[in-house]
Design a protein around this ligand. Structure first.
Ligand SMILES: Nc1ncnc2c1ncn2[C@@H]1O[C@H](COP(=O)(O)OP(=O)(O)OP(=O)(O)O)[C@@H](O)[C@H]1O
Ligand SMILES: Nc1ncnc2c1ncn2[C@@H]1O[C@H](COP(=O)(O)OP(=O)(O)OP(=O)(O)O)[C@@H](O)[C@H]1O
Ligand SMILES: [Mg+2]
Ligand SMILES: [Mg+2]
Lengths: 255, 255
């Protein structure tokens, strides 16, 4: 039975998409059948694998608006154990429409249920908001991973986000587990970063992943080549740290 | 007559809030009466000036939901020529409610109109989306400033965003001018960044500001002290570059 992990944060630019793409790829390298769902209208997941839009016909938008079966929106990306469902939201009218359709918070849960028998992991890339799409992801998910930068705005946004998770958990998804906080774009040279990391580990104890993702330019360059970082430069610290994260999650699940 | 500038981008984490806070402060140092409006439910503008929520009673949410006069949501931040309207969105229910209320795209335009006689500049901090709040900002604004990082996801998101601006311009706000692209968090050491910068200046010519905001840790540290960077460390490259940006905008407006 596969596990659905929502990768979410109201704060923008903390590495949600980068984590989805590279944790998903790492799971597939470790022979876990993995699906990535792009719930963010920005559509960065498809951009990471360089689909040209002519190849795509369906995505999350069509599943929500035309009720097409989700399997018709699943695309292979050339990696044996990795598939992707793009968001495929054309413009602002569709974005507003998708927001409205997603006010049925259980929609995604029903759509993904049958896929749990086929995939080991289903990762959901969320938009940077507390809107109806993120609430859909939190209702559908078995567990939640929150990427976080060691910077003031990212930490400050946490309180409200954790309150929302508790509310959604109580109302729509009692079995939602917390997978952990993932520290991303970590820069050892900035004194403040190690102070914030220490504070996070002190307040949240083992809710913070051991694995830290360092700031690494290979991670921001890889998507422009249409490849996840493990295929772009397997020896980079970016690729290694996401493989370590996948390993940490798989070991945790075993025990 | 004051100018309303929307600071917007669908991409998250590109420096919208940092630009609002520090461009706003720079305008006020150059003796322009300035107001910052926080249209992002994350509420990072209030967090930048360390309002404790008990001091605040109203914000954008109350203006939209209870129709309180906007002047009752304006707060001073201790700088002579700078005021702030916080977003004051408590949780996910209010965020959904605000999205719905903002489907009247002309709401903010009517609310801000009388303030243009009092302020020289009104800056609107937008959420990272193409939703109803950003459309409200684009209808209300005289001009638009788009912060952009020299990274693939940020550039890739541009096409769709520019299409939306054209649509909103035609439908709701024919007089919307484009102020420019502002390159933020620029890191000269990353080879790819200068390639992307050159490409941006080649494709968009003088639509890209001369001023570039470099990556500077003082900019990310300042908000944790409750001060804009100019008050936190006036000699930092972060403070200087935002003053240069304000100067570039003021000189452009003169000619
Ligand atoms: N560890 C890292 N090192 C260097 N750059 C990174 C790293 N992680 C992400 N990036 C870059 O930082 C930017 C933000 O990351 P990303 O787009 O994945 O965040 P996000 O949370 O998905 O953003 P949004 O809120 O817009 O959806 C991107 O340009 C990405 O390439
Ligand atoms: N020039 C800079 N140098 C260093 N850090 C910066 C710079 N500009 C912004 N930052 C930091 O980068 C992060 C993202 O910036 P900011 O929050 O202003 O972006 P945003 O576009 O408003 O994000 P969101 O999409 O979540 O609203 C913040 O932690 C901020 O402190
Ligand atoms: Mg993303
Ligand atoms: Mg912001």
């Amino acid at each position: 039975m596969g596990e659905i992990i929502a990768i979410a944060s109201q704060k923008g630019g903390v590495g949600k998409t980068t984590t989805c793409v590279n944790l998903g790829t790492s799971f597939s390298i470790l022979e876990k059948k993995t699906l990535i769902i792009d719930l963010d209208p920005q559509g960065s997941i498809a951009a990471s694998f360089q689909f040209n839009n002519n190849k795509l016909e369906n995505g999350v938008f069509q599943v929500f608006s035309e009720n097409i079966p989700i399997v018709e929106a699943i695309y292979s990306v050339g990696l044996e154990n990795l598939d992707v469902v793009p968001s495929y939201v054309y413009g602002e009218d569709e974005e507003i429409e998708l927001f409205r359709l997603a006010l049925n918070y259980n929609k995604l849960k029903h759509v993904l249920k049958p896929l749990k028998d086929y995939y080991d992991y289903i990762l959901i890339d969320c938009p940077p908001s507390l809107g109806s799409l993120t609430l859909n992801a939190l209702s559908a998910a078995d567990s939640l991973l929150i990427p976080i930068q060691c910077e003031y705005y990212s930490i400050k946004a946490l309180g409200k986000f954790l309150r929302t998770i508790e509310n959604v958990g109580n109302k729509y998804n009692e079995s939602l587990q917390f997978k952990g906080f993932l520290i991303t774009m970590y820069d050892r040279r900035i004194k403040k970063s190690s102070q914030i990391e220490a504070e996070l580990r002190y307040s949240f104890k083992n809710m913070v992943f051991e694995t830290i993702i360092p700031r690494n330019s290979k991670l921001s360059e890889a998507p422009s080549t249409g490849k996840p970082v493990a295929l772009f430069d397997i020896s980079s610290i970016g690729a290694i740290s996401y493989l370590q994260l996948a390993d940490e999650i798989l070991n945790y699940n075993k025990n």
